[in-house]
Design a protein around this ligand. Sequence first.
Ligand SMILES: NC(=O)c1ccc[n+]([C@@H]2O[C@H](COP(=O)([O-])OP(=O)(O)OC[C@H]3O[C@@H](n4cnc5c(N)ncnc54)[C@H](O)[C@@H]3O)[C@@H](O)[C@H]2O)c1
Ligand SMILES: O=C(O)[C@H](O)CO
Length: 386
Amino acid sequence: MAKPISIEVWNPSGKYRVVSTKPMPGTRWIRLLTDQDCRVEICTEKKTILSVEDIIALIGNKCDGVIGQLTEDWGEVLFSALRRAGGTAFSNMAVGYNNVDVNAANKYGVAVGNTPGVLTETTAELAASLSLAAARRIVEADQFMRAGLYDGWLPNLFVGNLLKGQTVGVIGAGRIGSAYARMMIEGFKMNLIYYDLYQATRLEKFVTAYGQFLKANGEQPVTWKRAATMEDVLREADVISLHPVLDKTTYHLINKERLSIMKKDAVLVNASRGPVIDEAALVEHLKLNPMFRVGLDVFEEEPLMKPGLAEQKNAVVVPHIASASKWTREGMATLAALNVLGKIKGYPVWSDPNSIETFLNESSQPPPASPSIVNAKQLGLPSSKL
Ligand SMILES: NC(=O)c1ccc[n+]([C@@H]2O[C@H](COP(=O)([O-])OP(=O)(O)OC[C@H]3O[C@@H](n4cnc5c(N)ncnc54)[C@H](O)[C@@H]3O)[C@@H](O)[C@H]2O)c1
Ligand SMILES: O=C(O)[C@H](O)CO
């Protein structure tokens, strides 16, 4: 017999059963659910990544909705199990939902929520941190210091790259890519080149206005360019940050060939999804080009790194923590819970998933709506007029 999964239960007499596959930060998300007659069951298993079988056991015979994580494989098997248990609501506690087969969810009439907006600045700040850490060799220098190797100032000690006046390249200039671009432009007076399938009009307007402001102050104005091809960004930029969604069009977007056209001393940052980079090709490139540096928050086969990456001094690596600020993680939990609650209660779907502040305001009741359901149209869910 399979070992029972350990859980923590809130409001045992609640009418609707909502399962969270992980404990999530804060308690507001729990309160919002229990106040609306939900029994909340939180999986407290020590194991970091739950298997499909573990989640089937959690869903059981009666489950109205599940809050899940990006490490889980939400496909045909789980959506059919959820539907059999009477459930129609699922939310990832993440903006990216490449772990979810939305077609399978549609087939079983399950709404799929995600958590955009609340993590935009936090994630962009981590990408900016990785850019600086890689450009200025902060991790290498820290290790050197701790190893007791510092025996005095030297003209050539840990010389890195100056950002001011250089070009920042952004691939995927959506919410996070645009926020990152603004930080690098405003903070370090970098020029922008970006590639996206869509024009980033607000970002372009910001750079134009900031350039005019600098010029009026007698400073060198910053500039922007929308690249016709991704290769143009790779050739021209000094620091390149990747922020697209992961799908068929972005899998191994950065490969051996594209790495070879980048500047020899460029900085590459990835806080999107690991498979956007061919990580084995990256390891080879790092070995052959010691002046080339990367900052990575995500990896192709998490939690693993490709062989050789950990040994490369020109790589800064952190464990998928880009959205890890307290405010953001509590907000993600709240949005995910409200996505599930909204579907269970038959609320409409918020008409603008980018404008979620009203759901996050702790001193007021959130509106009766699901903040962000990615398959609302396919399921014919009504849109909120609030
Ligand atoms: N590391 C982390 O912890 C972390 C945190 C948040 C988000 N993310 C990842 O970042 C991604 C982006 O989040 P967002 O909120 O900015 O999403 P978004 O939808 O606002 O932006 C994604 C952008 O990518 C563009 N894009 C899609 N396909 C492209 C292609 N082939 N080439 C170039 N651009 C392309 C889109 O047009 C869009 O502008 C998420 O999907 C998620 O995978 C990671
Ligand atoms: O997609 C996301 O939201 C991240 O990877 C986790 O914050």
